[in-house]
Design a protein. Structure first.
Lengths: 114, 971, 541
């Protein structure tokens, strides 16, 4: 399983990096989103992968931590998701504004060679 | 008053005066002059009062702690040598101020002038009185600064600006070198205190770092004292008002360099390196300066070059490694100051009264200003070294030294006397030119003004100085003797040689050399006269040697030819290379860090491969690659594919028992997609065809990027795999799992962590969301869509056309109608979704859900209404105030946190109580719940604000004429 | 410290947050009220920072620890107050006051929500200075960045949006690196608390060390992007030049946040007693720093307008700091801190000043100093025949000019201001770090870098200054309001104080450096912090 997930992360990162190196703002924003998926998965993976472990405690019962998934990385991922959502939205609006003001969707605000 | 108090006063007074002077009204010439004059006079008197203390080689000291941790004190030190200089600085200062009072025209803004002049005086005193080397450099750079400001006093003139800038650049550079040298010197001595440094002469001379130190310090001294090849700034500094030249460029600032040389003579001199460097620079400066001086047409220019040559003379004397020569040097410093200052003043008077300083235009002024002429003649004679004048004495000493000098090289010893005589001839020649050119010959014609004697007080300083030249020249031993003796003691201490200040040493070789120089000089002038009268600019043989042009060329080359290309070569203003660099550097850093260690990732275990998951990820990978491939031309496709990858991520989360993540990811997914959809319309159309042939360059770049992407992906995958296949270390989360229910009051550990254990993170996170929303709003309020994307979309145009065609229909009906079904559906869904949001919120603490998820759901609810029913319909029925929601959310979360203070607990400490509700079962009423409420409110506000702000842009096409209206009026 | 006093540690974060949030509840037009709120919060922040400084200094070795949610370290999030964080807090709040005052003249009207954004920026900066938790640091970085995005774009306009796009893109990439680094570190050590991390580090199994170092390295890159190390720094001059003056003035400390984190984490995790990983990556810092100084110098020489010049000065200062941090030596660290104070104040003052100086500039006369130099001064005047009377500089210009001279002196490290002292202290310490017998090559390199960058600053600043204040280009005297010149004066005055009071200041910084180089105290202080639940009154250190 780890292999699959690691592979998946790898591909996401590769596609993302490829995209953020492209000249069009839209490509960059898609790339950033893919990268944030990858990073979220990575953080999640740091708690190691566990199939069908109980997600929540049953109230009252004595808790044996080893029966549960590592919750901390999940919490971190949640925070990371929110932040990357926010920044993606911002970047989207900035690229729209840039396109509006400069008339092009090139990342440098002007077509190459002009 | 105690000596130390007086010492401080001596340095501080000028600076205080400078401040006062700066504040006086612009036209207060007399007040300024009085102030400056009195301060200078006070300084002179204080200095005078010190003489008894230093006469017999005594030293006055004052110390105050400044930077004890770095062995840096504020320390003043006055010995005979420093005394001589401080007398020079203050004494000539008085005269210059008096002179300036009459020289400066009423229109000149004098406060600036006198304030700078005083500040300069203070810095100069600071140099000579400094008891430690760092402090010396400190004041050294100050003199550079103030000389810059004084030279540039008439900043409306290009020559003043250039001259000032040149002077500053050169001297400040030297100063920095000096700083470096002094630092290293202090480093090897172990202290910057002058006393310690002077005490450890042998250590320094024997030290391997002696040469670097010497070079660095000499750089400082030579630039300041205008030694070849740094001499060229001085002539251009003549753009300064004449009083400045008389003060800075004859008596004080340019002497700082030789002062330093003499000051450190005991520790640095005595080596061959010293002889070659100092002696060499001195000799060449001496000859070049005096030679070039002959051919100057500007009186001040002539004096400037003569100053250069005299400084060269002093440097050469110091370079000869003989105590007697050092004494001669000190003596010449004094003499040169007196006659050169008076000559500058004379030149200034001529300029002031006749309106020009060009020798070619001047002549016969003797008839018009006989007294000034006489004074100038005496001073010039002193400069030429005519007997019975002070210049003669030190020149004779120099000649004697030139004859007896012991050089490391035989031939050099042989040459020195001839060089000296040649110099003598030159100086006679240019002195003669100064006098003859200006005062004799036919009466002047076509001068800007008709010359006459200046006001008496303007001439008075000159008279005084010339008198000094005479008196010293005739009775040296009783007039200047004791002072010179004290100064020599200060520099040489016990090593002070016996010398004889007499006018008449009998018929000897030096005298013969003087005679030759005198006659030779006169002859030389007579020979050159016709050439000079022809008025050709520049100096024969050395025309190429134009320092100014070289200097400016080099500056241009430095910044224009070197720096700019380098900037573009080493830097970039484009985004792609920057991101590329970030990725590559991160890759390299990771590689380098891993390097040496093997990652020790366990062998890939295919056994654990779950077919389903594999399949899911096969899709995910396809989506990712597809998105990467489509993003340029098929934005929508790319968006969908991206969503696919996102979904696979969600599934993975569920798979590995993290429902919370899955839920959140899903909702974020939806909202992001909606956002981008809303944005897509404002992006330019791009059709695959319009792409030109791929240039090889582009191709190469793409291949490079592809490789980078591959490496990055591979690297991260490897790291991920390596970590995930390792046993989990004993993490801090065990604590959370065990206490989530007992102390956190929730069974959903993740949520408890978010709102309790690490609630502070969440607070920050929602702040980010809020801030971004505000920024988005601010940005979109000024949004200007590109012209071509304003047009109403195709479909709507058709539909509207249809409406226009039918008389019974209003414009926009069809648009409304074709969305009718979803619109109705959404209206029905609205309350349900709200309940859903509430439910998700309440269960959050125990089951997947929570404030954030609920908030997103709520926001989605709103935006769905917008999409289905149109902006107008929604806002006519329900007014959101997103910014308030944001503010409220933050305040709520904060108050929940601060509440804990009342119970003497830290911020965000939670308190739990349970509440039984029908249907929903027991609801934990943890304070954390209220915190979560804050989160909820903020998320709703922020998300709604962003979405609505974007949605509103579509109204533009309708009201593009009007200035952009903000999404919600209340804000 | 105990009781309410103990809550003082968190005030630098909570106060601006509360004020910022509160402003959102106010109507947009109520600027006056918002401005006064903003001003109030900044003033309180300064006094709080001073109080915290006293505390940090007062209980010497002791450090203040604030357990959020009263969860014990290393599990909960902690805020840590020591001499360094207290110092940085004071610096940031002082800069905040200056920028805020300046903005009140006109900038805060240039777009919506200036004041909330400004407060949130302070939240981020102060939080980053205080937090003792790696992931919480990330969160505060994001708060700071988000606010800074807002402030860069404040006032909109093509230039800002273009610069903003680059700025945001690069920083998003850096944030992702940050996350990757943190994730790896957690995956290997299983903790996020910095002190706990430092504790566990030596115990990390050899085969895991590779991963750990990879994580640390990637994390480091994220900070270096912020600090602006070459070649990760090209966004910086453009962005800072495009941003509105008060924003730029604040940003000059944001690049120092990167430096701060490196200083803190690096000495904590890879300090002398970190066992096998001690001094990890030191030479990277050193040479990277030197390269940055070089690039900054080149840029300063090449820059045509003053705002880019200022941007490149930021690089020079960052580079110098990075380079000297690379040489782990206590005396040097102390010197570096002094240099940091001086240069940050100077650059902020300069950013504010530029805006005023450029205001009066005739459109056509926009500085082409270098070009003009290349194609020669207008005309070479012959031996002047014209009436030699100077032109009185109007008072405004005189004040601006004087401030400019001060800035130039500070940036070039010339006396009499703190720039000179800073350089002296730095170089003296560097020289002493290599024995008295000789001077090591590294020391020579550093010496050369500092001296040459100073020289370049002299050349560039004189060029710009002469063009702006002396050249008789037809320029109208800018209309400057007192509230705009006051903050500049304030910052420069502080630099003068730094010079005069160099002794006491250095005494404090020495202590700071010692504490940084003996992290054991920090670690124990954090991990042994008592919970309020246990001790009767709100306990803590």
């Amino acid at each position: 399983m780890e292999l699959i997930v690691a592979l998946g992360i790898g591909v996401l990162v590769a596609s993302g990096v490829w995209l953020i190196l492209r000249p069009r703002t839209y490509q960059v924003i898609i790339g950033l989103s893919l990268l944030s998926y990858a990073v979220n998965l990575l953080i999640f993976g740091m708690g190691r992968l566990r199939v069908n472990a109980a997600p929540v405690l049953e109230a009252g019962a004595a808790v044996d931590a080893s029966q549960y998934t590592d919750p901390l990385p999940q919490a971190l991922v949640l925070t990371a998701i929110v932040i990357s959502f926010a920044t993606t939205a911002l970047f989207l609006v900035v690229l729209l504004a840039s396109r509006g003001l400069t008339g092009t969707d090139h990342v440098d605000g002007r077509e190459p060679g002009t | 008053m105690s000596d130390s108090m007086l010492l401080i006063l001596l340095v501080a007074l000028p600076f205080v005066g400078s401040l006062i002077a700066a504040l006086l009204p612009t036209n207060a010439r007399n007040a300024e002059a009085w102030l400056a004059g009195l301060i200078a006079l006070a300084g002179l008197l204080i200095t005078a009062s010190f003489f008894p203390a230093v006469a017999e080689g005594g030293v006055l000291r004052f110390r105050a702690e400044w930077l004890p941790t770095f062995g840096l004190d504020f320390s003043l030190r006055l010995d005979g040598f420093a005394w001589l200089f401080s007398a020079l600085v203050t004494g000539i200062g008085v005269l210059v101020v008096l002179y300036a009072r009459y020289y400066m025209s009423p229109q000149d803004p004098v406060p600036r002038f006198f304030s700078f002049l005083l500040a300069f005086m203070g810095s100069m005193l600071g140099i000579v009185l400094s008891g430690n080397l760092i402090q010396l450099v400190f004041f050294w750079e100050l003199t550079s600064l103030f000389s810059f400001l004084l030279i540039g006093y008439w900043h409306h003139r290009a020559d003043a600006r250039d001259g000032a800038r040149m002077a500053l650049t050169i001297t400040a550079t030297g100063g920095l070198a000096l700083l470096a040298g002094v630092l290293v010197l202090g480093h090897i001595v172990g202290s910057y205190e002058l006393d310690q440094v002077l005490a450890s002469a042998d250590l320094i001379r024997a030290h391997p770092l002696y040469l670097p130190i010497l070079v660095l310090i000499l750089l400082g001294a030579f630039t300041k004292s205008a030694q070849f090849p740094f001499h060229f700034w001085l002539p251009h500094a003549m753009a300064a008002p004449t009083p400045v030249s008389a003060y800075l460029h004859s008596a004080t600032m340019v002497k700082a360099g030789v002062f330093l040389l003499a000051r450190l003579w005991p520790v640095l001199a005595g080596s061959d390196a010293w002889f070659w460097l100092v002696g060499g620079a001195g000799l060449s400066t001496l000859l070049i300066g005096s030679y070039v001086a002959i051919f100057q047409h500007d009186l001040k220019g002539l004096l400037a070059y003569s100053t250069i040559s005299h400084l060269g003379l002093i440097t050469l004397l110091l370079g000869l490694n003989s105590p007697l020569a050092a004494v001669a040097a000190i003596f010449h410093i004094l003499n040169h100051a007196t006659f050169k200052a008076s000559l500058f003043m004379a030149a200034g008077i001529i300029d002031h009264e006749s309106g020009t300083r060009d020798i070619r235009r001047l002549s016969g002024l003797y008839r018009l200003m006989p007294i000034t002429a006489t004074l100038a003649m005496v001073a010039a004679a002193a400069m030429a070294g005519v007997p019975l004048l002070n210049g003669f004495l030190s020149k004779e000493m120099f000649f004697t030294e030139a004859l007896t000098a012991t050089a490391p090289l035989q031939s050099l010893e042989a040459i020195l006397p001839y060089a000296a005589t040649l110099y003598g001839m030159f100086s006679v020649a240019y002195s003669l030119r100064f006098i003859h050119g200006a005062f004799f010959g036919p009466p002047p014609v076509g001068l800007p003004r008709t010359p006459h004697e200046p006001p008496h007080w303007m001439r008075f300083p000159v008279e005084l100085l010339v008198l000094a030249c005479l008196v010293v020249g005739i009775l040296p031993a009783i007039t200047v003797g004791p002072f010179l003796d004290a100064a020599a003691l200060g520099v040489l201490g016990a090593a002070k040689p016996a010398y004889n200040l007499a006018v008449w040493h009998g018929f000897n070789l030096p005298l013969l050399m003087s005679v030759i120089a005198l006659i030779g000089g006169v002859l030389l002038y007579l020979i050159l006269q016709n050439y000079l009268l022809s008025g050709v600019e520049g100096t024969p043989f050395v025309r190429r040697l134009a320092g100014k042009r070289l200097f400016e060329r080099s500056l241009v080359v430095l910044s224009w030819r070197i720096a700019r290309p380098l900037e573009t070569l080493l830097g970039t203003r484009r985004l792609q290379p920057q991101l590329r660099l970030v990725v590559v550097v991160a890759l390299l850093a990771g590689l380098a860090a891993v390097g040496g260690w093997q990652l020790a990732a366990g062998p890939p275990q295919f056994s654990g491969l779950d077919p389903a998951l594999t399949l899911v990820w096969a899709v995910g990978i396809a989506c990712a690659i597809g998105a990467a491939y489509q993003a340029k031309y098929h934005r929508l496709a790319a968006l969908i594919l991206m969503g696919g990858a996102g979904l696979v991520t969600c599934i993975t989360f569920i798979w590995f028992s993290a429902p919370d993540l899955a839920l959140t990811q899903l909702l974020v997914e939806i909202v992001t997609t909606v956002l981008i959809l809303l944005g897509l319309r404002w992006l330019p159309k791009r059709i695959p065809e319009d792409e030109p042939m791929v240039q090889p360059v582009t191709l190469a770049r793409r291949i490079g990027d592809f490789a980078i992407a591959m490496f990055a992906g591979g690297g991260v995958a490897l790291l991920a795999y390596a970590v995930m296949t390792r046993p989990l270390p004993d993490t801090i989360s065990r604590y959370f799992t065990e206490r989530a229910y007992s102390e956190g009051g929730g069974t959903n550990v993740v949520n408890v962590i978010l709102v309790d254990f690490r609630g502070f993170d969440t607070l920050g996170e929602i702040t980010v969301l809020g801030v971004v929303a505000l920024t988005v709003y601010a940005l979109l309020r000024r949004f200007r869509p590109a012209p071509e994307s304003i047009a109403i979309p195709e479909q709507q145009r058709v539909q509207n056309a249809y409406d226009d065609a039918r008389p019974d229909r209003r414009l926009g009906d069809t648009v409304a109608e074709y969305l009718l079904v979803p619109a109705v559906l959404m209206r029905l869904l609205f309350p349900m979704m709200l309940v859903m949001a509430l439910y998700l919120f309440l269960r959050g603490h125990n089951l997947p859900g929570g404030g954030f998820v609920a908030g997103l759901t709520m926001a989605v609810t709103f935006i769905v209404q917008y999409m289905a029913n149109g902006t107008r319909w929604v806002e006519s029925r329900l007014r959101l105030h997103p910014v308030r929601w944001i503010g409220l959310g933050l305040v709520f979360a904060l108050l929940t946190g601060i509440g804990a203070w009342l119970l003497a607990h830290p911020f965000l400490t939670s308190h739990t109580r349970y509440l039984e509700l029908p249907w929903l079962g027991s609801i934990p009423l943890a304070s954390a719940l209220f915190f979560d409420l804050g989160v909820f409110s903020l998320v709703v506000g922020a998300t709604a604000l962003i979405l609505i702000a974007l949605a509103h842009q579509s109204l533009r096409s309708v009201l593009v004429a009007r200035p952009v209206s903000p999404p919600s009026k209340e804000d | 410290m105990s009781g309410w006093l103990h809550h003082l540690i968190i005030v630098p974060v909570l106060l601006p947050l509360t004020v910022g949030a509160g402003m959102l509840l106010l109507e947009e037009p109520r600027r006056r009220l918002k401005a006064s709120l903003s001003l109030f919060s900044t003033l309180v922040l300064i006094s709080v920072a001073i109080a915290l400084l006293q505390l940090a200094q007062g209980n010497g070795a002791e450090i203040g620890v604030y357990l959020l949610g009263d969860w014990p370290a290393p599990f909960g999030i902690v805020l840590v107050l020591d001499r360094l964080s207290a110092l940085m807090l004071l610096l940031s709040s002082v800069l905040a006051l200056a920028s805020l005052l300046f903005s009140l003249a006109r900038w805060h009207r240039a777009g919506p929500h200036f004041h909330p954004l400004f407060q949130f920026l302070l939240v981020g900066i102060n939080g980053a200075f205080l937090t003792g938790d790696l992931f919480n640091l990330f969160v505060f970085f994001e708060v700071m960045l988000a606010a800074s995005y807002g402030l860069v774009l404040h006032g909109s306009g093509t230039a800002r949006v273009k610069a903003g796009l680059h700025y945001i893109a690069v920083n998003l990439a850096a944030s992702l690196l940050f996350l990757i680094g943190v994730a790896l570190i957690y995956g290997v050590t299983g903790t996020l608390n910095m002190a706990d991390l430092a504790n566990r580090l030596p115990a990390v199994a050899t085969e895991d060390r590779a991963l750990l170092q990879a994580g640390a390295a990637i994390l480091g890159i994220a900070f270096l992007v912020k600090a602006g190390m070459w070649p990760l720094c090209f966004w910086l001059p453009t962005t800072y030049a495009a941003a509105s003056a008060p924003a730029a003035a604040m940003f000059s400390i944001m690049s120092k946040v990167g430096i701060y984190v490196i200083l803190r984490l690096w000495l904590l995790l890879f300090g002398a007693d970190a066992g096998s990983v001690a001094g990890f990556g030191g030479s990277w810092l050193f040479y990277g720093g030197l390269l940055t100084v070089g690039f900054g110098t080149i840029g300063a020489l090449a820059s045509q307008d003053m705002s880019r010049l200022a941007g490149y000065n930021v690089l020079v200062s960052s580079g110098t700091l990075l380079a000297v941090l690379g040489v782990t030596d206590m005396a040097i660290t102390a010197g570096a801190l002094f240099y940091l104070l001086s240069s940050t104040l100077a650059i902020s003052a300069f950013f504010l000043l530029i805006e005023l100086a450029e205001r009066g500039r005739r459109a056509g006369a926009d500085i082409l100093a270098v070009t003009l130099e290349a194609f020669g001064e207008t005309e070479e005047e012959p031996l002047h025949e014209e009436e030699e009377a100077g032109i009185a500089i109007p008072a405004t210009m005189a004040i601006l000019g004087l401030s400019f001279v001060f800035c130039a002196l500070l940036l070039a490290g010339l006396p009499p201001l703190s720039g000179f002292i800073g350089k002296f202290i730095l170089l003296a310490a560097v020289l002493d770090s290599s024995g008295t017998a000789t001077v090591s090559l590294d020391a020579w390199l550093l010496l050369a870098a500092v001296i040459l960058s100073g020289l370049a600053a002299v050349i560039a600043m004189t060029r710009a200054g002469i063009r702006t204040f002396w050249a008789p280009l037809g320029r109208s005297v800018p209309r400057v309001r007192l509230i705009e010149i006051t903050p500049i004066g304030l910052l420069l005055l502080l630099c003068v104080l730094l010079t005069v009071q160099a002794g006491p200041v250095m005494y404090y910084l020495q202590g700071t450096a010692e504490a940084l180089h003996a992290p054991q105290r920090y670690i124990e202080g954090v991990l042994s912090a008592p919970r309020a639940g246990q001790t009767a009154q709100g306990g803590g250190a």
